[in-house]
Design a protein around this ligand. Structure first.
Ligand SMILES: [Zn+2]
Ligand SMILES: [Zn+2]
Length: 428
């Protein structure tokens, strides 16, 4: 029999799973989050005020099509900017009693994946994604539920608390596009602690990994090659071949990842070129990403990548344009007073805790962590272990929903311990 808290969490998670929306298109998701936070009585910010410069927006066409689907939603607040892709929301609880400021970050976007139907619980139990090619295949639906339930619990205890809590519901984590924009809004300027986490990944069922690092710096680039079309039989010399420039570029780019100072990665993930068999291809586009264990490696690799793209274009007499679609800095976990404090606290609560793990992937929460640490604050990333039906980003991805309750209990415990007023702590 599920506890009332778990029942509520499952209901919330499934509601968000159903309305899975990809990065910068989280229109309904954002509206639902705002409505929830507003009901709790939090100060809610959204739209342009929580953003700086956004990266990796979907095409205007995609944005308009999704807006059309959601325009009917009735709200008693202004949704105009949300429909322009200024998605995400921030809820603030200010106790007005001096104390630390803590930020929690939850990512809210889905993946561009078509959800599986066969042998898949969401399909069997009627909460499959309503949107074609959009699916919560990373567990961010769970993160939203955890964030909202944690906010609800903390609000219920607000009279016992000091300081401030900032609940950040961040859009467009997939492709590392959303965090930079949120940081630029200045919301983290006076934050003492920031916490974030992820369900699944390498965490064993019921295990909490405290202090995760090894996040690789990354840049996501779209590259457009533009040449000259010509009749491939009659006047081939008049053409300038964008496909060959892109093809040579792709093969050569993969030779660049040789660094002695740490890991590096390079991947050209898509390649599209040409329009007809008998015409010299005038257009080509590649989508690529590069990663580095350190900032220096990523930056050096990026400058060599850009050099190679430009040189490849020059070889074939075509032009090129490089557009940054996403980015995140590297982040290394180092054991510190705060992480030791949290480990002890969670162990005392009976959680099975292990300390320190390396992600070996990228996460744009590192922008937020970097900003808080730059101002003297502390950051901590947690993994909430759970059983998975398939790996992250797989069409059959699903997780054991018990993890939701453990995650809320974990965040709530940390918040209470950092924010409890002295007299309340004594009287408990
Ligand atoms: Zn993901
Ligand atoms: Zn994720």
């Amino acid at each position: 029999m599920n506890s009332p808290m778990l029942q509520k969490l499952v209901e919330l998670r499934r509601e968000f799973h159903k309305c899975a929306e990809s990065g910068w298109l989280e229109f309904e998701t954002t509206i639902k989050i705002i409505t929830y936070l507003d009901k709790l009585g939090l100060e809610v910010r959204y739209g342009k005020t929580i953003h700086g410069k956004r990266q990796g927006l979907p095409s205007q066409e995609k944005m308009d099509a999704h807006k059309k689907l959601k325009e009917h939603l009735k709200c008693d607040f202004d949704v105009e900017e949300i429909f322009q892709g200024y998605t995400g929301a921030i809820g603030i609880l200010d106790t007005k009693t001096p104390g630390p400021t803590i930020a929690l970050r939850f990512d809210i976007d889905a993946n561009d994946i078509m959800e599986a139907q066969e042998n898949h619980r969401p399909a069997k139990e009627g909460f499959s994604s309503e949107h074609k090619n959009m699916m919560h295949a990373c567990g961010h639906d769970g993160h939203i539920a955890i964030g909202l339930a944690t906010a609800q619990y903390i609000v219920s205890r607000k009279n016992d608390l000091k300081g401030k809590v900032i609940f950040i519901f961040q859009p467009a984590e997939e492709g590392v596009r959303g965090a930079k924009s949120i940081v630029q809004s200045g919301i983290l300027d006076r934050v003492n602690y920031i916490l974030s986490g992820h369900i699944g990944f390498m965490g064993k069922e019921n295990e909490i990994i405290c202090g995760v690092g090894g996040f690789l710096a990354t840049s996501k680039l779209d590259v457009y090659f533009k040449g000259q079309s010509a009749h491939a039989g009659a006047y081939p010399e008049k053409g300038r071949n964008a496909l060959l420039a892109a093809a040579n570029c792709t093969i050569n780019l993969h030779t660049l990842t040789q660094y002695s100072g740490g890991m590096s990665r390079m991947n050209v993930g898509t390649f599209h070129a040409g329009t007809a068999r008998n015409a010299v291809p005038a257009e080509a586009k590649i989508e690529l990403e590069l990663r580095g264990e350190t900032q220096d490696i990523n930056e050096d690799l990026r400058s060599r990548v850009e050099g190679m793209i430009e040189a490849s274009a020059k070889m074939y007499g075509v032009s090129c344009e490089i557009v940054e679609m996403g980015s995140a800095p590297a982040y290394k976990y180092e054991k510190n007073d705060f992480s030791t404090y949290v480990v002890k606290l969670l162990e005392a609560q009976g959680f099975s805790v292990s300390e320190g793990a390396s992600m070996g992937a990228s996460e744009d929460v590192t922008y937020l962590f970097q900003e808080v640490e730059k101002n003297g604050g502390k950051a901590l990333y947690l993994i909430f272990g759970t059983a998975l039906s398939a790996p992250h980003h797989h069409p059959s991805f699903d997780f054991s929903e018990e993890v939701l309750e453990a995650s809320v209990r974990c965040y709530s415990k940390i918040l209470l311990n950092l924010l409890m007023k002295q007299e309340a702590a004594v009287s408990k």
